[in-house]
Design a protein around this ligand. Structure first.
Ligand code: FAD
Length: 407
């Protein structure tokens, strides 16, 4: 039960060393890591995570060690693979499946070449597949005579809902006070610490960590121009034939070779093995950046026209073992930054506030290591892994020291 105390003439219903706002991929990891270090934590979420309104649902997320997005991500994903195994041992949850990962592309694209170059430079185990080798080994992909493969045996997928559940379980067990179903309305920071007001209570803490995903612009309005939220779609297309081979295949990315730029991360599509049996379909997804959106707590599954376009553009000619009418669909949110970067940094106006918004469509695989690094930052003054590549862009506007931040 939260104590009732008075801090700076405001009655608060709970006090902690750290308040974490958002208990999705990042917030659940941060809470688990902080609580494991004996830090007193209050974790708040407007829903009851895992939930289907943000960025961490859909049952599978890809992980790969040679992260084509840049070498700076590799220490995070390597550490995350270790941490998934630790969390599995602590909770009994099955989180990481190293099914192998395949990248399919014509030579020359930034993502494909970046992946290969990193794997060679960092000695990440992999195989390069010629067009004929690719077709022979993975016949479910109808690749042409110029399309090659990169295969990484340690790649695979993680279960996002189970991962959030497991980390919240660890956090709770280690003493974190979790507040699902409470919406943060505003926060303020001063030399005395931070104050957080929700629709139910008020909290005081030494530090505040904002892990609000697609809702971050509302809690960090100064950074509004840095982020763009996009609705993304996930489809489970039905298996027409080859179930056993589709069940045993690696996760895959089919890279169409387009340029990345501004908020656009990647041009192509990706998918997962048949994890839900012969009638569960194959999950595939692409990325779209045509119009921005706002999170509003609603599910917005694809329209028939969007489904037909996905099948026509990505599936029909490349994965002919799949049929056109999905067994399931979902929408999900990317919080993108320019250059598809992560943002993990101190608030520009407040030393006591950390912003942990690592998404841009590729953050999940790094989330436990980000949680650990942020917890080290809070408790030891610096993260154990280098987070400087993820700092806020320069020259953010200065803030008044005690300004209010309303959502
Ligand atoms: C379709 C799709 C596919 C993806 N595929 C991959 C992949 O294969 N591999 C990979 O590594 N990454 C992938 N990603 C990216 C990855 O899933 C995200 O980077 C990650 O899940 C983001 O987690 P988060 O904690 O930032 O956001 P979320 O999990 O959305 O958490 C934010 C939380 O903050 C809470 N919140 C916000 N505002 C408030 C408030 N005012 N008060 C209280 N609570 C609040 C929300 O309710 C929410 O629970 C994918 C993303 C999508 C959408």
């Amino acid at each position: 039960m939260a104590e009732s105390i008075s801090v700076r003439r405001v009655t608060v219903s709970g006090r902690a060393d750290v308040v974490v706002v958002g208990l999705g991929a990042m917030g659940s990891a941060v809470c688990a890591q902080l609580a494991g270090r004996g830090v007193s934590v209050i974790g708040i979420d407007q829903y009851d995570p895992p939930h289907p309104y943000g960025s961490t649902h859909g049952e599978t997320r890809m992980t790969r060690l040679a992260v084509g997005e840049g070498a700076e991500y590799v220490p995070l994903v390597r550490r995350s693979h270790e941490l998934w195994r630790e969390i599995e041992a602590q909770t009994g949850a099955e989180l990481l499946t190293q099914s192998g990962g395949l990248i399919i592309s014509r030579p020359g694209s930034w993502f494909f070449e970046g992946t290969r170059e990193l794997a060679l430079r960092l000695e990440i185990e992999h195989e390069e597949l010629s067009p004929a080798g690719l077709r022979e080994r993975f016949p479910m992909f109808a690749a042409d005579g110029e399309t090659e493969g990169y295969y990484e045996p340690a790649a695979g997928f993680v279960r996002p809902e189970a991962a959030v559940r497991a980390q919240l379980e660890v956090a709770r067990r280690d003493g974190a006070r979790l507040r699902p179903g409470e919406r943060v309305l505003e926060w303020s920071a001063s030399g005395h610490g931070v104050a957080v007001a929700t629709d139910r209570a008020r909290y005081a803490a030494q530090q505040l960590i904002l892990c609000a995903g697609a809702w971050l612009p509302g809690l960090f309005p100064e950074g509004r121009d840095l982020f763009a939220v996009y609705r993304q779609l996930q489809f489970w297309f039905p298996i027409r034939r080859g179930y056993e081979q589709l069940r045993d295949m690696p996760v895959f990315v089919w890279d169409f070779g387009g340029e990345r730029g501004d908020f656009v991360h990647f041009d192509g599509f990706y998918g997962f093995p048949a994890v839900d049996g012969p009638t569960g379909g194959i999950k595939v997804a692409t990325e779209t950046y045509e119009t921005t959106t706002r999170p509003d707590g609603r599910r917005r599954p694809p329209s028939p026209a969007e489904t037909a376009a996905m099948y026509r553009r990505c599936i029909e000619a490349r994965l002919p073992w799949l049929g056109p009418d999905p067994v399931r669909t979902l929408s999900c949110l990317y919080t993108a930054t320019r250059g598809s970067r992560f943002v993990i940094d101190r608030h520009p106006g407040h030393e006591t506030v950390l912003i942990v918004s690592a998404c841009s469509g590729h953050g999940f695989k790094h989330s436990p290591a980000i949680g650990e690094a942020v917890a080290q930052w809070v408790t030891e003054g610096r993260p154990g892994l280098d987070l400087t590549p993820f700092c806020l862009p320069p020259a953010p506007p200065a803030r008044e020291p005690t300004a209010q931040h309303e959502v």
